[in-house]
Design a protein around this ligand. Structure first.
Ligand SMILES: Cc1cc2nc3c(=O)[nH]c(=O)nc-3n(C[C@H](O)[C@H](O)[C@H](O)COP(=O)(O)OP(=O)(O)OC[C@H]3O[C@@H](n4cnc5c(N)ncnc54)[C@H](O)[C@@H]3O)c2cc1C
Length: 413
């Protein structure tokens, strides 16, 4: 299928080639050969460190880290486009690996914008030095992440995780779940209530919490349907005392989180597109080689119809992705709605593309060792992450009709 590199700067095009080679030479062969590892290995052994080391060698692990601290230099004008392009390519190989890397880029960009200089000087060099260094962003708790996305800004919807100042420390107590990289990360951005009763937009602060801080424990790996090489984690904070200077944003942390979330929707959609591209490529190859009814599958009209449907859906996701990126670059008023639209559209359409892929592979599509079912499992995660499908729809309507849209939550009358 045509990749449509149209409009990409030469450097970005070259980076895409490097990523494709990495995926085709390292990632895909590893995943195909080691399909049992998702299920049979402990989370810390599922993906060997060499894959991250190779990602580091080709310069894609530390995107988002400022160049002065050793990160890969990027043109800020095309940064989101580059993140999206690399995310798509890597997720074509494995969506969990895509998650591992994307969190580094998104959180590095956030820290570059909000972390005080001394924290950047302390943590970016450590991240750059260690290819196994992962980052995580902890908002979700055992109850009601959707309230945060809406946002439902009332005291009773505030986070249960709390931080209180004590001497020269902030003491954090609470629990976070479903955190991407949560099981393996060495550094966490953690959101906690600091002004109970103020509502979440005025009473939530963010902190940088190193993994080895006493009181922080990783309770478990949240075992997931797909994206299993990502290692989602549940983290508990029990009188976890962080130095006062590890405060990132006091009380208004959610207003700054847009730096992470808005381009994040684009990157999530791009990762999702990578999964869809893998499904299409595998299927296109299969139907041109597998013979049924005396002819290769592609020569059966019903197969051709499904294949055309898959290609059209993917082209539509790509077109919307490009439109949303242009809107972000231009700081256009519809950028917010478009970012939510593409996240939503990609998650629903790529899921259907993967369903077609399974159907066209027949029984092979269901077999674990064939690896096509993995793409459907990986695609399913995108329906729920970074806001569910329904909450994304509410956000689109709110962005388009801010004065008249509903609040979607609150006590029953
Ligand atoms: C793969 C994956 C990775 C993730 N990574 C991270 C991460 O790195 N960091 C992080 O903090 N979180 C992460 N999350 C959490 C994710 O953001 C939440 O799971 C998601 O926002 C949904 O929240 P919830 O699970 O609490 O569901 P709930 O909010 O409990 O929602 C349950 C259902 O109710 C619906 N619903 C809820 N409220 C309303 C309403 N007012 N009106 C109508 N319907 C409603 C929802 O649409 C959904 O269908 C991740 C999740 C997944 C699956």
């Amino acid at each position: 299928m045509v990749m449509t590199d149209r409009g990409l700067p030469e450097e970005t095009r070259m980076m895409r080639e490097v990523c494709r080679t990495f995926v085709d030479d390292f990632v895909t062969p590893f995943i195909r050969k080691n399909w049992q590892r998702e299920w049979s290995m402990d989370p810390d052994e599922r993906m060997p460190r060499e894959i991250l080391e190779q990602a580091d060698r080709i310069g894609i692990r530390t995107l988002g880290v400022p160049e002065e601290f050793g990160g890969t230099p990027l043109d800020p004008k095309t940064e989101v486009r580059t993140f999206a392009m690399v995310a798509e390519e890597i997720s074509r190989g494995d969506s969990g690996l895509g998650d591992k890397l994307v969190q580094i880029w998104r959180i590095s960009s956030l820290l570059r914008n909000i972390a005080p200089r001394h924290l950047q000087e302390r943590w970016f060099p450590r991240l750059v030095e260690d290819p196994g260094f992962l980052l995580a962003h902890c908002l979700t708790e055992p109850r009601g992440a959707s309230d945060r996305w809406l946002p439902y800004d009332v005291p009773d919807a505030m986070m249960h995780t709390k931080a209180v100042p004590k001497g020269d420390r902030w003491v954090i107590n609470g629990r976070k779940q479903f955190i991407t990289n949560g099981y393996d990360a060495k550094l966490y951005v953690v959101y906690a209530t600091t002004r109970p009763g103020a509502g979440m937009t005025k009473g939530t602060s963010s902190f940088l919490v190193p993994r080895d801080t006493p009181g922080l424990s990783v309770a478990r790996c949240n075992e997931t349907l797909g994206g299993r090489f990502m290692n989602s984690g549940e983290i508990v904070f029990e009188d976890c005392a962080v130095p006062q200077d590890h405060l990132l944003v006091e009380n208004h942390a959610l207003s700054k989180a847009g730096i992470y979330f808005r381009p994040g929707k684009i990157i999530v959609a791009a990762k999702n597109l990578g999964v869809g591209m893998a499904a299409f490529e595998r299927t296109a190859d299969y139907v041109q080689n597998y013979v049924q009814g005396g002819r290769i599958l592609i020569k059966h009209q019903a197969v051709a119809l499904r294949l055309a449907d898959m290609a059209t859906k993917l082209a539509a996701v790509r077109a919307m992705l490009n439109e949303a990126m242009r809107a972000i670059d231009a700081a256009a008023p519809d950028a917010d709605a478009l970012c939510n639209m593409v996240k939503l559209f990609a998650s629903e359409e790529v899921f259907k593309v993967c369903q077609h892929a399974i159907e066209l592979h027949g029984g092979n599509g269901i077999m674990l060792d064939f690896g096509v079912e993995k793409l459907l499992r990986d695609a399913s995660l995108f329906l729920h992450r970074d806001a569910t499908v329904d909450i994304s729809k509410f956000k689109i309507v709110k962005a388009m009709f801010p004065e008249t849209a509903g609040v979607y939550a609150g006590p029953e009358k």
